[in-house]
Design a protein. Structure first.
Length: 132
C-alpha cells in the first residue's frame, strides 16, 4: 500500500482486505503519520548584492510537491515577503525562479529563508545576507 501525503490525513484508519472472490478479512487498525517537516541544510548563494537578480538553490530533504519559499528580515521574522516561486529539482534540491533583490523591497541586512510543504509543515530557517 502506498499513501502519499495528499491521499489521507494523519490518524487511525481501519483497513480491510477483500479478495477477488469477495471474502473480507476482519478490519485492523492502520496508523497514517504526518509527513516530516522539511529540513534545509544549505542555500546558495548565501550572500547577494542589493539590486541584483538572483536564483537560489536550496538543499535539504523531506521536501515534496510544490513547496513554497519564504523570506523575512532576520530582525523582524514576522515581516514575511510574498512566497518566491520554486520548482522541486529533486527531493533534495529546490531552485527558485530568478527574482530581483531590489531596493524598493529589500534592504542590505541579514534575512531568513525557509520552505513550506503543501501540507503546511515548515522547515528550519537558513540565513542569507544582502549587501550593498
Amino acid at each position: 500500500v502506498h499513501l502519499s501525503p495528499d491521499d489521507h490525513q494523519p490518524g487511525d484508519w481501519l483497513v480491510m482486505v477483500r479478495s477477488p472472490d469477495g471474502v473480507e478479512t476482519l478490519p485492523f487498525a492502520f496508523v497514517v503519520e504526518g509527513a516530516p517537516a522539511p529540513v534545509l541544510t544549505s542555500v546558495n548563494p548565501n550572500a547577494v548584492v542589493l539590486g541584483s537578480d538572483v536564483s537560489f538553490e536550496i538543499y535539504g530533504y523531506d521536501m515534496f510537491g510544490t513547496p513554497r519559499v519564504f523570506v523575512a528580515p532576520q530582525s523582524n521574522p514576522l515581516d514575511v515577503y510574498d512566497p518566491i516561486p520554486v520548482e522541486l529539482a529533486d527531493p533534495r534540491r529546490l531552485v527558485t525562479t530568478e527574482f530581483s533583490i531590489n531596493a524598493e523591497q529589500f534592504e542590505a541586512r541579514p534575512y531568513l529563508l525557509w520552505v513550506e510543504n503543501p501540507d503546511g509543515t515548515e522547515s528550519n530557517r537558513l540565513q542569507f545576507v544582502i549587501t550593498e
